[in-house]
Design a protein around this ligand. Sequence first.
Ligand code: SAH
Ligand code: SF4
Ligand code: F3S
Length: 458
Amino acid sequence: MTGTPDEKSLKGLFIRTYGCQMNVYDSERIRDVLRPLGYAPVDAPEAADLVVVNTCHIREKATEKVYSELGQLKRMKEASGGRMTIAVAGCVAQAEGEELIRRQPAVDLVLGPQAYHKLPEMIARASRAIGDRLETEFDTIEKFDALPKTREADGPAAFVSVQEGCDKFCTFCVVPYTRGAEISRRVDDIVLETRSLASQGVREITLLGQNVNAFHGPAPAIEGGDDWTLGQLCRHLSRIGGIERIRYTTSHPRDMDDDLIAAHGDTPALMPFLHLPVQSGSDRILKSMNRGHTADHYRDIIARVRKVRPDIAIASDFIVGFPGESDADFEATMQLVRDIGYAIAYSFKYSSRPGTPAAEMHGHVSEAVKDERLQALQALLRQQQTEFNASQIGKSLPVLVTGKGRNPGQMHGRSPYLQAVHFEGPESLNGQIVDVKIVGASLNSLTGELARVREAAL
Ligand code: SAH
Ligand code: SF4
Ligand code: F3S
């Protein structure tokens, strides 16, 4: 590590992030890795010496966005007289790195999601115009070990990566190819990172993983050193001073074990919100997707979680128009949604991804039918989301204050159920958990009145 760079040696860094929360986390870590080299964030790509585009490959549209962004950056690079370095990171970099360099020669560096700890070395090589411009090896363990153990917090809520990669191979999905095999981080490292965040005022952590509940990281030697489950990890982290709220995302029904379900009942810091993607309500389609569970198995998990934590808010992801999906299959999805009742859900039209088994399947569904189904599903989900939000009116909720609201005097924060909450209050509340009486609700947020300021935590 070098010391803090003086003003003159600062270089501008601009990171554009697409895709999931894992990419958001990775972008923060890229910033951490580059800080000792004198890179400091700037507000616009034009002002940057280094632009990192952290990409997503999940659907065709996401990938296309990357190429159009790179076109714009190329023009900026030319205007800068070639001073700007363009790096492409993330899942498109992993999936089609060679093609990226061919399609957009203005790109200087390409690095996959498991290689960004090598960025300093790559930048040095690029400046001397030697060596490879492409790093897409899967060195996940090496990456975890190479990352700085402590981090700079940015507000009272933070992501902490605990698991990466996916071995599930759903037939529609590119993630197992772009992120590699399932690997868990060591509990010691997770604790160090969480403590460092807590000491900077972080109150809420969200544990991240492509299949976060497949976590099986080695426990500290003092605790026996065996592998721990996510439930054990959550209980352990909840004892770190200052950490009042724990969330995790995204989980898979197959890894929803009894202990994790029990943790929702016995660990008050574990927030009453569960994002458990199901994709479809039809057993035939679930089988063809290789999800490894039935719709009833999913219903059963939700019932068991609700038994130990009756107020838990359930979230999910859905795909409509998977190859072979009939009207009856789609109706089974609608029925599952009616049965569960979601607080929030994300739904997508199936997008055929080259190299995945589903791309080769028969019975691709027309765009028109996909559109129709998506509209029907989203109308139902919107109705449920609106009802869930309205059900909070009259309650007093503990809200983690995350910043100033849009209007003067207004603050915003998040409820235990991950709803955005707006209320009038002083700026000094930022970072605290306060009680807010909910007086209004809409599709996307709640409004409330400050009821009680608790004693500042710690
Ligand atoms: N690991 C998580 C989700 C990862 S991707 C899980 O197993 O559920 C996030 C979401 O994108 C998925 O839940 C799925 O709904 C959607 N998705 C993934 N591949 C897709 C594709 N080819 N077309 C449309 N949506 C897709
Ligand atoms: Fe993709 Fe399935 Fe893995 Fe989720 S579990 S990342 S949907 S392959
Ligand atoms: Fe996208 Fe990669 Fe995340 S494909 S959704 S950025 S794991």
